[in-house]
Design a protein around this ligand. Structure first.
Ligand SMILES: [Cu+2]
Length: 209
């Protein structure tokens, strides 16, 4: 058995250890839930095998004179549909370094598709309607999602060990609109944490929180 002991030890270390879930609740400093914050986890040394896929639609509609949804999370390389569901024409643009593009005036029931090939934040606007605004967060980790109405995001099946947790919101009062902190994910069970963030007043009528 002495011969096998070192081998066994190596196998135990190399075997993938899966943690439970990481539940993050994003709140304002006053304790109010913050929806539309993007929670991203990067486990140390983790390399994604194959393309990242999320279960939600990669779709940014124009509906009732607004973008829908307000925040969309997509993986790098995603092709996002921009259907116009309104009676009027919209002219969608982005000046963001992560993706600069323009979809010239198009009408109801027409769709355009844009591919997002760099991670980062893409702010959207409409040339015709100044108070239309939305954001696409392009991510390079499969462990990402946005918070819902209760400010909560649950990231599942994370590998155990050290990781970096990043939270981004379009109106967060920090450099780049995000905060990061190290987290330690146990081999078993799940972790819940609350993240208070400071938000500035939304620049447009649409707040998103
Ligand atoms: Cu418009």
């Amino acid at each position: 058995m002495r011969l096998f002991a070192p081998l066994l030890a190596v196998l135990l270390i190399a075997a993938p250890a899966w943690a439970g879930d990481l539940a993050v609740t994003v709140v304002t400093v006053a304790g109010k839930p913050v929806p539309n914050a993007v929670v991203m986890v990067r486990p140390a040394g983790f390399v994604a095998r194959g393309p990242i896929r999320f279960p939600w639609a990669y779709r940014m509609a124009q509906k009732n004179m607004q973008f829908d949804p307000f925040v969309l999370v997509v993986p790098v390389g995603a092709e996002v549909a921009f259907p116009n569901l309104d009676e009027v024409r919209h002219h969608v643009y982005s000046f963001s370094p992560a993706k600069t593009f323009e979809l010239k005036l198009y009408s109801r029931d027409e769709t355009r598709v844009v591919r997002f090939d760099k991670p980062g934040v893409v702010g959207l606007g409409c040339n015709i309607h100044d108070d239309m605004t939305a954001f696409i967060r392009v991510v390079d980790t499969p462990f990402a999602m946005k918070t819902g109405a209760r400010g909560e995001a649950v990231i599942r099946d994370l590998p155990a060990g050290a990781a970096t947790l990043t939270i981004w919101h379009p109106y967060m009062k920090t450099r780049g609109g995000e905060i990061s902190r190290p987290v330690s994910l146990p081999a078993q069970g799940s972790v819940s944490l609350q993240a208070p963030v400071e938000l500035r007043t939304p620049p447009l009528r649409r707040g998103g929180y």
